[in-house]
Write a protein that binds this ligand. Structure first.
Ligand code: FES
Length: 170
């Protein structure tokens, strides 16, 4: 294209149809929607497969303590099922042991056991959980605290999976 002599050089390099370039055609927009939808679909499938695989994976069976090893109202810390999953073993009564994951289901603060109120308390936003089932008693946590299934062999306490959340059938 021949340049007009009185026209500045920048006009050649910068598109003078900028206003039109901002226009997104129907086909372009449709392609964008299709790609976005496909990416979201693939992401959901990936999340679904991951959660399914985790559910199917065999949870370890691990010795976590000895009956009588902690006083009534006392707590022992352990990790389950992985080394970065902190949990609490609580002795609520003479022979009454329960275990829960320690991460609050709201924003993952560490919950503590209150023997006076017999409940698990999250200090971050006053979320309270039942020490019996892990159900939410008060506050913003959206889900119950995962309760660990305990087995007993003599005096040995063993973690071997999770109890179904309160209100769900096993
Ligand atoms: S992090 Fe536990 S209530 Fe918010």
């Amino acid at each position: 294209m021949k340049r007009e002599l009185d026209e500045p050089l920048w006009r050649e390099e910068v598109s003078f149809r900028q206003a039109e370039e901002r226009y997104v055609g129907r086909r372009q927009f449709g392609r964008f929607l299709m790609l976005t939808s496909a990416a979201m679909f693939a992401g959901n499938v990936w999340i679904w497969l991951r959660s399914g695989a985790r559910k199917l994976a065999q949870l370890p069976r691990r010795v976590i303590g000895r009956a009588g090893g902690i006083p009534v109202g006392g707590v022992a810390l352990f990790n389950y099922p992985g080394p970065n999953d902190p949990c609490l073993l609580i002795r609520r009564g003479g022979d009454d042991y329960v275990a829960f994951q320690q991460k609050c289901t709201h924003l993952s603060c560490a919950v503590v056991y209150s023997p006076q109120r017999d409940r698990l308390e999250c200090p971050c936003h006053q979320g309270y959980f039942s020490a019996d089932t892990g159900a939410v008693l008060q506050g913003p946590p959206p889900r119950p605290l995962p309760r660990i299934r305990l087995q007993r062999e003599g005096a040995t306490l063993i973690a071997d999976g999770f109890e179904p959340p309160p209100g769900e059938l096993p």
